[in-house]
Structure formats: C-alpha cells, structure tokens
Design a protein around this ligand. Structure first.
Ligand code: EPU
Length: 433
C-alpha cells in the first residue's frame, strides 16, 4: 500500500502517448473466452483491473502470458470452475464472463461482481438479455448459477444504453444460433472496439456505433491479433491536468472524436484546444470561468471524466454545476476537494461549485478511481503538498500515472504507506516538542 505525494503549483506542459483503454481491454478480456485459438492483444494497459481479470481467466483454464508488452491468451482448454471471489468482487466486468462461459461451457457459476462504489449498478439488463438468449440464471447464496445447454438468437430491448450490457450480450450472441438484435444499444467507443475484436475472431455483427446492433450467430470463433486503442478517460484526465495547472498538454495516439464533449466544455470555460488526426492539445491563456456540465451516454460528456472536471471547475471564476445522470452517487471527490479549500457541495446528483482563487495542499482520500484522479489533478494545481491515500483505486485505471505526470513537469512520488506514516509521525513529534 502506498500514497501519492504531490507538490503542486507547476504548470504541466508537454506531450504524452496515451496508454491503451482499460474499459475496452476489460471487455475484450471477457469475450476472449469465446476464442478457440490463440489471441494476441497489443496495447493492453498495465493496470490492476487487467491483472485481476487475467487471474479470473486463469481460474477457468486460460493460459495467459505477457511477451514484450503484448498479451498472449489461449482459451482452448477451458474448464468449469467457480472463480476465487477475491478476484470477482473488485471489478464489475467479472460479471461479463457469465455469457461467454455459458456459450463455451453451457454452465457457469460466478460470485456477485463489485467495482467502484458510485451507485447501485444492478445487472438486470444483463440477466434479462441472457435469459432471452435461453440462459436459466439463479442467484443462490450470493452466486449467479447459470445454465444454457444451447442459446438461440433473440430480440433484446435495453431500458438504457448500457455499455456493459451491450458488450456482454453482443459477445454472447456471437455463438447463439440465429440472429440477435440489441435495441437501444450503447454507442460507446469501447463497444465499437469490442465489436472489432469479435469480428477479427470471425463474428458477424452489423450496426455497431448505432442504437441497433444485429448479430448473426456463428459456430465458432477463432484466435486473432488485435490492438486496444488509447484510453479516452486517461487522455481526458491529462488534458484537464494541463488546464487546471495553466499548462499546455498534447495527448497523442488517441481518437480525437472521443474527446469532443470534453474539449467543447474546456473551450466553453475559456480554455484553448486544437486537434489533429490522432492528437488533441489543450492549453489556457488566462483564468477559466464557471460552466454547466451534464454527463450523458456517448457521445455526451463522459461520466468517467466528471470528477476531474469538477476539480478543474473548483478553480474557475464564478459558479459551475456538474450534473451526473449516469450514477446515483459519484460524489466521493467533493468532501476531499472541500478539504483542499474548494467551495462545492452535492445537490442531489449534481455538484454545485463556487470557484475559488486557489486550493491548498492537504491529506485526502480517494474513494474511487475517478475521484482519485480528481484529487491528483487538484493536488497538482494546489499550493503546497498534497497526499492522496487509497491509491489502489487509482491503480485500477491509470497506467504509470506518476511517470506520465513527471514527464509533464509535475512533482509526484509514490511512497510506501509505512514510510509516509513514519514521516507524518516524526513531523508531528517535532511540532509538539
Ligand atoms: N445499469 C442498470 N442495469 C444494468 C446495467 C446498467 O441499471 O444491468 C445502469 C447502471 O447502474 C448505470 C447505467 O446503467 O446507472 C450505465 O451503466 P453501464 O452499464 O453503461 O456501465 P458499465 O458497463 O457498468 C462502463 C464502464 C464505466 C463507465 C460506464 C459508462 C467498464 C468496466 N466500466 O460501466 O467505467 O462509467 O460504462 O460509460 O467498462 C470507470 O472507468 O471509472 C467506470 C466506472
């Protein structure tokens, strides 16, 4: 266990090559169970959620290894097994293994999934969709116990364009007999990436990127080689780190269209931005001002960048409102930013902000992944020293965060918690004596 220790105040400047997408990689690492051949994945980010997912795949008999930054996975020899709960609970996408396991093995048993505590996050769309493909699923003693000797294509209507349900059901339907149509499907870039991966394995899918996806079942899916695109949320976090510190950052190796909602809001708040074929640059030429932001499914403003955006608006001139429409309680950053001198409060699902001139360093606690990212970028802009605890949340989704920030001129170090507590105790003793 470690903490991140940040000395704030320096504008972050420079260029970064953004690592692969966590959420795209996690979706692929569920669907990989469908492959009856070797899969080679490039660009998989080295984050703890990916490591957890690899342990889960190994539970089911997959052979997984890293070679020169690429991930080699062989799921030819799967066996039915109840995975270790310790690997299921930390991540939401452990649940997305259920359909692929049913498609390959005809039965599965999975403990209930977990993930960041940002709302209720039920799995009812997944369960209804799998049931309409022919699966029988029961929740017994905290475990989903499922059977599906065969699966048949069907018409699935989602009540909300859920990224996870669209990914899970699209992947499972690839091996169902006949045609499956998913209505009100999500259009998130990670859905498109997953469809590309499934197609590379031999799946027949149409309509990806629209609200209606049609899947024509095939008898088997083979191995393939595939590259995971850059992480749009990591990219957005670094662009906001540039804006909040009054710096100038170029995020490279990205799909600029995945930053449009964020870039438009940064411009609306007075920031500057330009983009090329695979990069986006953000900089400021004076103070930012308050704006309204509302999270929406893609291509709307991403919920996953809402908390870092609120951190940036904490230092904007005037009032802002950041409205969260996807999750009920993605608010863990608010009280910690207030500890740093921000003026903000939750109001229902919204964060109401009155911009302040400066933040001051403090010891703050990450309550979830993106709250942690918000605290780090606030610490980079704050006067003095900030220590962010609960760093394991941040490690779930940011590859080499410290390395990237240092490359941009920020001062940040990872300190083992015992060493940090020792330093904190000795400076307390000095003050008291
Ligand atoms: N929902 C239901 N029932 C379901 C599924 C979803 O009510 O069966 C609700 C959720 O509770 C939520 C909304 O639908 O209120 C949207 O959830 P969605 O299914 O789209 O989210 P997800 O697939 O669980 C992924 C990302 C999230 C990201 C969302 C939205 C992964 C591993 N997670 O979650 O990423 O916020 O899509 O884009 O892909 C993060 O990276 O910090 C993160 C939370």
């Amino acid at each position: 266990m470690s903490v991140l220790h940040i000395t704030g105040g320096a504008p972050l400047r420079g260029e970064l090559t953004i690592p692969g997408s966590k959420n795209a990689a996690l979706a692929i690492l569920s669907s990989v169970l469908l492959a009856q051949g070797q899969v080679v994945l490039h660009g998989v980010p080295k984050v703890s959620d990916v490591e957890t997912k690899i342990h889960l795949l190994e539970n089911f008999g997959a052979k997984v290894s890293w070679h020169e930054g690429s991930l080699f996975i062989d799921c030819r020899d799967l066996h039915y097994w109840e995975p270790d709960e310790a690997h299921v609970r930390p991540i939401r996408t452990s649940f997305y293994l259920l359909g692929p396991l049913l498609a390959r093995l005809g039965k599965a048993r999975l403990p209930m999934p977990g993930g960041c505590k940002i709302g209720a996050r039920p799995v009812d769309f997944h369960l209804k969709g799998l049931a309409s493909l022919g699966a029988k699923i029961e929740l017994v003693g905290g475990c989903y116990v499922a059977e599906a000797p065969t699966m048949e294509g069907s018409e699935i209507y989602l009540d909300f364009p859920s990224a996870g349900a669209t990914q899970h059901l699209m992947a499972t339907a690839c091996l169902a007999k006949g045609v499956t149509t998913i209505h009100f499907a999500a259009t998130e870039p990670e859905v498109i990436t997953l469809a590309g991966f499934l197609q590379a394995m031999g799946a027949r899918i149409e309509g990806v990127g629209t609200a209606t996806i049609t899947i024509y079942g095939v008898d088997r899916l083979d191995g393939c080689e595939y590259s995971v695109p850059a992480d749009r949320i990591q990219a957005g976090t670094y662009l906001l780190a540039g804006a909040i510190t009054g710096g100038d950052i170029t995020a490279r190796n990205i799909l600029p269209e995945t930053q449009t909602a964020l870039v438009n809001k940064i411009r609306e708040a007075g920031g500057m931005a330009e983009e090329g074929s695979d990069w986006v640059r953000v900089w400021t030429e004076g103070p930012m001002h308050g704006i309204r932001v509302k999270t929406m499914p893609y291509p709307g403003f991403p919920t996953d960048i809402q908390q870092p955006m609120a951190a940036m608006l904490a230092l904007a001139n005037g009032p802002s409102v950041v409205e969260e429409t996807i999750y009920e309680s993605r608010t863990g950053h608010i009280q910690e930013l207030v500890r740093m001198g921000a003026k903000m409060r939750p109001e229902g699902r919204a964060t109401v902000i009155d911009g302040v001139e400066s933040l001051r360093g403090a010891v703050v606690e990450a309550s979830d992944l993106r709250a942690g990212a918000a605290l780090v970028i606030a610490g980079l802009a704050a006067k003095g020293e900030t220590t962010v605890t609960n760093v394991h949340f941040i490690d779930r989704g940011y590859e080499d965060l410290e390395g990237h920030i240092r490359k941009l001129g920020g001062t940040i170090e990872r300190i083992p918690i015992a060493e940090w507590e020792g330093k904190a105790n000795s400076s307390r003793e000095q003050i008291e004596s």
